[in-house]
Design a protein around this ligand. Structure first.
Ligand code: TMP
Length: 237
């Protein structure tokens, strides 16, 4: 397969066309942003880790019955994925209070929920990805009722699978963000990435943060944290 012109450049990845109209190549960058692009930096080696990790986790999810865009890893930073049109919803599952949930509701970080929660935000940088419920998503025709039900079911399944996988690695899956897309025939599949950029991962023993919050909050040790979770994942595959 041939890599053709760049289709799109996002904050953390570039997307290229291929000679197959149904397939794209994503290329993971070391660039990191936070707060809707206000904070900018680089995390050395992040692209390599996120590419590998996302691909391994997506393959694990496929085996558990969640369809994904993953096709084939090409090299350290590049992966072939199915071409989708992204459903413009960020789907966030939380097992433990942290981040914007803690801030919005005045709950200390670390409070464990009896049941996971789900929330949507409208994927729209100009508006700052505002929180929305499924009725809002329907009103704006971002997805159909059936698509939203499918997305919810997949998102909770992803939580189940990844929570238990990370637990085996000595890592607590606090929360994460997913994006879904539609294939040409309308099938909903998991897209984008699953990585320390898009998940909160805490050491199960010490509670140490092993994810992008170290960058967002200027905590230092960002590269080491990414390498640490990647190492634990590889040991437990
Ligand atoms: P939040 O607590 O800031 O709403 O973040 C919830 C989860 O979503 C957390 O694991 C980080 C992830 N996330 C993204 O992947 N992209 C984003 O733009 C934001 C704001 C959060």
């Amino acid at each position: 397969m041939e890599k053709l012109e760049q289709l799109y450049e996002g904050k953390a990845k570039k997307v290229f066309m291929t000679d197959d109209p149904e397939l794209l190549i994503v290329s993971y960058k070391d660039d990191a942003t936070a707060f809707n692009g206000l904070k900018k930096g680089t995390i050395a080696g992040k692209g390599v880790i996120n590419n590998r990790m996302s691909n391994l986790l997506m393959q694990l999810l496929e085996r558990s019955g969640v369809p994904t865009h993953f096709v084939e890893e090409l090299n350290e930073r590049e992966t072939v994925v199915k071409r989708v049109s992204i459903v413009p919803l960020e789907v966030i599952i939380r097992n433990i209070a942290a981040g914007s949930f803690s801030k919005r509701y005045g709950v200390p970080e670390g409070v464990v929920f009896d049941e996971p929660t789900i929330e949507f935000s409208y994927k729209n940088d100009e508006l700052g990805d505002p929180l929305m419920n499924s009725y809002h998503a329907l009103a704006l025709k971002l997805a159909t009722r059936e698509e939203i039900e499918t997305i919810k079911a997949y998102a909770f399944k992803v939580d189940e699978v990844l929570k238990s996988f990370w637990a085996e690695c000595g890592v607590t899956l606090v929360d994460f963000k997913l994006e879904f897309g539609r294939l040409a025939d309308g099938t909903i599949v998991l897209a984008d990435e699953i990585s320390p950029d898009t998940c909160r991962l805490w050491d199960s023993e010490t509670g140490e943060k092993l994810d992008k919050d170290r960058f967002r909050r200027d905590m230092g040790g960002v590269e080491d944290a990414y390498a640490e979770v990647m190492g634990r994942l590889l040991k437990n595959l």
